[in-house]
Design a protein around this ligand. Structure first.
Ligand code: ATP
Ligand code: MG
Length: 183
């Protein structure tokens, strides 16, 4: 699977529907301070199931909704869709017949988030597992935050093991084993 497009509507500074096309190879995002570069990366983490508003530089999850500007009123919902190209047929079995996956997270003010995969409502957990199995996800080392390389160098062996497990593609399995043990 490959990320092919990110669509944001009402997410942080992106009031109007905005599409970011991710072509094969390297994509660079450049622009002046405060133009929304970090917001784009946060939108990617958010749609993959980030549950901590602190990791979104917010003081509540509703803060990801466009809060208005001098000439635009605030919105009451935000939606982010991540499009994944599955022509290489590497999606999990139940989704593997699809050429493209559309993963959407939508938040309504004071009503929390709803997730959909190709139009069908799913749990946050399903989306988190989908990306964990693909060795990516909101908390995975595939998303490198500012300051994270420094943290990696001073990490304890246990934390470093988690990074290796993620790279080996087995963190989704650990998650499922943990859920099975809780039942
Ligand atoms: P830098 O180069 O300084 O890292 P950046 O391009 O990464 O900047 P961001 O941090 O992505 O910029 O964007 C910050 C902007 O997003 C600020 O102007 C802030 O007001 C705006 N913003 C954040 N949350 C919201 C929101 N809920 N509603 C409207 N605007 C928001
Ligand atoms: Mg930034």
């Amino acid at each position: 699977m490959k990320f092919s497009r990110l669509r944001l509507t009402g997410f942080k500074s992106f009031t109007d529907p905005t599409d970011l096309h991710l072509e094969p190879g390297l994509t660079g995002i450049v622009g002046p301070n405060g133009c929304g570069k970090s917001n784009l990366v946060e939108a990617m983490r958010w749609v993959m199931g980030e549950s901590s508003y602190k990791n979104m530089r917010a003081s509540g999850m509703d803060d990801v909704i466009f809060s208005g500007s001098a000439n635009r009123p605030a919105r009451n919902s935000a939606e982010v869709t991540l499009f994944l190209d599955n022509k290489d047929r590497t999606a999990p079995a139940v989704l593997n017949h699809e050429d493209e996956l559309e993963v959407t997270r939508r938040i309504e003010r004071e009503h929390g988030s709803v997730y959909r995969v190709n139009g069908k409502e799913v749990r946050a957990r399903d989306v988190q597992l989908l990306f964990a199995d693909a060795s990516t996800g909101a908390r995975s080392p595939a998303m490198v935050r500012q300051g994270q390389i420094g943290e990696l160098i001073s990490a304890k062996p246990k934390q470093r093991r988690l990074i290796l497990e993620e790279a080996a593609g087995i963190s989704g399995l650990h998650s499922r084993r943990h859920e099975a043990e809780l039942r």
